[in-house]
Design a protein around this ligand. Structure first.
Ligand SMILES: Nc1ncnc2c1ncn2[C@@H]1O[C@H](COP(=O)(O)OP(=O)(O)OP(=O)(O)O)[C@@H](O)[C@H]1O
Ligand SMILES: CC(=O)N[C@H]1[C@@H]2OC[C@@H](O2)[C@@H](O)[C@@H]1O[C@H](C)C(=O)O
Length: 378
């Protein structure tokens, strides 16, 4: 690639709210400029099916295959919207990076002979062939499996991209993505990067809010702000052993799900629903604050992206937990919160097409950096 090229990145994350997509121009040195953003929400019934597919259920292979087609169709609509917004023809786009919908993430699952290390698995539902057919554009998909095959966690993958976009030579910067799950990147001024999943982002808050108010999420954290944090419950939640594990580590709805929450609520006196929402919000904030103190004590700022950046109550809890560290939305650094992950997948497609390794062993723990993703020609 000797001239500028266009890429599309598509992300449907663990919040299960829908698909964020960006169309971005990359220069040969990797400098990126986002030209358009589009969001396609999942209809309620499709979201409910994806949620169901996060756990074992009847006829799940058949249902997962059909859901993969559904994901590809939702992706294709976002691609159409991006092309319409920008006036580009499909042929002008070099490739689409399509994440797929994670329904299982089990990097540590034992899968082999007793004397061989487990590879585990991670599963993103998608039908990249259908997306290539519908869009007329090359598709890069399945970004995580190769890192697992090389002994890594397969997640998070965005820290390398965070480094390129938000890293600063003057000091350490921490970047927090608050999607369904939250992940933190620690970017040192010398270019060294660490990154891992902190724990839940919005997933538990969304679940509780949907169940008790009928709203898909707690807008601005306004409902949580009416409740009192239960310190007994908060300590229980913070006692989860995943939180004190050292990186590399990654997690998902496999662990942080309604059953996990219910377990922690059992044997507690009944609490008002808004107090539990307040406590879940405090839990998401605390899990991250603890990680910043433990692994990025010199951080000069915390840049927040993902939908959680729009939760004002959560943002103020983060700021309270990190006195002296400015907590700012990624918007202030040139990339709006809902565009960051989609842009990362455009960048991952850019790297894949150039056959350049995109994983960081310092993040995923793999034995080497690898070219990530498989190409489905248009
Ligand atoms: N105005 C808002 N107030 C509070 N929360 C919000 C607001 N807007 C979005 N959110 C939260 O952000 C979530 C969507 O975030 P995002 O799009 O980053 O998730 P995702 O793509 O699933 O991320 P990930 O892949 O990191 O899990 C919603 O489910 C909701 O919980
Ligand atoms: C397996 C999987 O889909 N993980 C997601 C999820 O959502 C947030 C967090 O958990 C992160 O580890 C990852 O997504 C981003 C895009 C990543 O790989 O960096």
């Amino acid at each position: 690639m000797s001239t500028d090229a266009l890429f599309i990145g598509l992300m449907s994350g663990t919040s299960l709210d829908g698909v964020d997509g960006v169309l971005a121009r990359f220069s040969p040195d990797g400098t990126m400029q986002v030209q358009a953003h589009a969001f396609n929400p999942f209809p309620d019934a499709f979201k409910a099916e994806l949620l169901q597919l996060n756990q074992s259920g009847p006829d799940e292979l058949h249902r997962a295959a059909l859901a993969g087609n559904g994901i590809a169709r939702h992706y294709a609509q976002v691609v159409q919207a991006l092309l319409a917004q920008t006036g580009h023809a499909p042929e002008a786009v070099t490739a689409i990076g399509a994440h797929g919908q994670t329904v299982r993430h089990r990097p540590l699952e034992f899968d082999g002979l007793p004397d061989q290390p487990a590879v585990g698995y991670t599963l993103q539902l998608n039908n990249p062939s259908l997306l290539a057919e519908l869009s007329g554009i090359d598709v890069v998909a399945d970004f995580r499996s190769r890192d697992l095959a090389a002994g890594g966690q397969g997640a998070p993958l965005v820290p390398a991209f965070h480094q390129g976009v938000f890293g600063q030579s003057q000091g350490c910067v921490a970047v927090l993505n608050i999607g369904g799950i939250s992940n933190l990147s620690v970017l040192q001024p010398d270019g060294h990067v660490m990154g891992w999943d902190c724990g839940p982002g919005n997933a538990l808050m969304d679940h509780w809010c949907q169940t008790h108010t009928g709203q898909a999420f707690d807008r601005n954290g306004d409902w949580a702000a009416t409740g009192q944090t239960s310190h007994t419950l908060l300590e229980r939640l913070l006692g989860e052993s995943y939180l004190s594990k050292q990186p590399p580590k990654s997690t998902g709805r496999d662990l942080f799900n309604p059953a996990w929450l219910q377990q922690h609520l059992s044997n507690l006196p009944d609490l008002p629903a808004q107090d539990i929402q307040a406590t879940l919000t405090a839990f998401t904030a605390q899990a991250c604050v603890r990680d910043v103190h433990a692994h990025a004590p010199g951080a000069q700022r915390l840049i927040v992206c993902g939908g959680g950046a729009f939760n004002g109550h959560l943002m103020s809890l983060l700021a309270q937990g990190l006195p002296g560290v400015p907590v700012v939305s990624s918007e202030a650094h040139g990339l709006p919160p809902l565009q960051v992950e989609a842009a990362a997948f455009a960048w991952l497609a850019f790297k894949a097409v150039r056959r350049e390794p995109a994983s960081l062993t310092s993040v995923t723990g793999a034995r080497g950096a690898r070219v990530l993703g498989a190409v489905y020609p248009r």
